[in-house]
Every structure is written in C-alpha cells, then in structure tokens.
Design a protein around this ligand. Structure first.
Ligand code: GDP
Length: 193
C-alpha cells in the first residue's frame, strides 16, 4: 500500500487541487478548522490523504492551530514507511511574505518547518505553488525564485522542476504536478526500470 499526502495552510486551494487531480469530491467550503482528522480517498491501489489545513484560520484559536500542526507531524512520523511523497500546497502570492514575517519575529514559519521536517524523515516533497494565476506572467519567475530560496534551494527555480510545480487549481492548470506524481508512481510500480 502506498500513500500520497496533501498538506497546506488553510485556504491555499488544497481541496480544489485534489478535486482537479483525482476527481474525488473533497469537501470544499467547510468551516475552517472543523476537519481535524485526515480524510482518506482510494485511488486505484493508492491511498490519497487530505490533511487538515494548518496555520492561521479565522475563528480558530492558537491552541487548536498548534494541535493541527502536531497532528500532522505525528501522522508523518507514524506512517513514514508507506508514504510515497507529500504534496505541499503553498500560495504563490503570500508564501514569501508570510515566511518573512515569521522569520523577522525570530520564529520558524510553519511551512518551512514542515518542509524540512519531511526532508529529515526522508519523505520526498513536491511543492505545488498554487494560485499562480494571481501573479502577472512577467513576475512569475521572480516570485518562484523567492519561494525556492526560502525553502533552502538556490534559484533559478527552474533548476528544481523535479520538486516544484506552479499550478492553478482553479483554472485546471496542473499538468506539471500531474506529471511529477505519475513519475513517482511509475518508479514504484516498475522498481527495476
Ligand atoms: P483549502 O482550504 O486549501 O482546501 O482551499 P479551497 O480549495 O477551499 O480554496 C480556497 C479558496 O481559494 C477558494 O475560494 C478557491 O476558489 C480559491 N482557489 C483555489 N485554487 C485557486 C487558484 O488556482 N487560483 C485562484 N485564484 N484561486 C484559487
């Protein structure tokens, strides 16, 4: 049994993306913070998991945000051996700004923390940079360079096409991400190739 886990800050468009990618009906527009458990979907013999959104949510107190973060960390620790990869969904427009705000306060931004935590666990992470449609085309390279830099990679972002995929879940522009996931699946199904 193999599993792909989707994580992301609340409101990044994770549900929209999962619906686009795998056609499953992910509950969208539910009250933030209500889903405190992973949601599972079966896709062939693949298990696809939707983790609760983390970070700030209107009407959800800080304690609860911490609990969600801890739940996510524990989930990966407990299930690491069967997890093929994680898809971390981030918001193209706000990612760098949020990271910088936390860093300036001397804190580790939760997205960066989870990203390096997964790396330490040996779980491959694909970063899906969503809502790319909100960025003018001429600014996209700059925005994507800023994002990879904050995740610890050297720009240009195009050097990291094996783990970063600018997407628009809303517009259905998810082809590169789809390809990266297919590559992952192919690798396990034909381990000798
Ligand atoms: P979740 O909380 O991460 O599951 O986010 P949702 O899938 O519920 O989406 C949150 C909001 O972002 C909704 O209003 C979506 O329509 C919007 N959204 C999702 N994907 C995109 C995208 O690619 N571009 C834009 N502009 N908006 C998006």
């Amino acid at each position: 049994k193999h599993e792909i886990v989707f994580i992301g800050r609340s409101n990044v468009g994770k549900s929209t993306l999962m619906r686009r990618l795998i056609g499953i009906k992910v509950r969208v527009g539910r009250r933030p913070g209500v889903t405190q458990r992973p949601n599972y979907y079966k896709f062939g013999d693949l298990l696809v998991t939707d983790m609760p959104g983390y970070g700030y949510m209107k009407g959800v107190d800080y304690k609860k945000q911490e609990r969600i973060r801890d739940l996510i960390v524990k989930y990966f620790e407990d299930n690491a051996p069967r997890i093929l990869c994680a898809v971390q969904v981030v918001d193209a427009k706000s990612f760098s700004e949020v990271v910088d705000r936390w860093t300036a306060r001397g804190e580790v931004p939760i997205d960066v923390e989870l990203f390096s935590f997964l790396k330490d666990l040996g779980i491959p992470v694909i970063v899906a940079v969503n809502k790319i449609d909100n960025i003018y085309e001429r600014e996209r390279d700059m925005v994507l360079d800023d994002i990879v830099l904050r995740l610890g990679f050297n720009p240009p972002w195009t050097n990291w096409l094996d783990r970063i995929a600018p997407i628009s879940a809303k517009k259905g522009e998810v082809e590169h991400l789809r390809k990266l996931l297919k590559d992952r699946l192919r690798a396990i199904k034909r381990p000798d190739l």
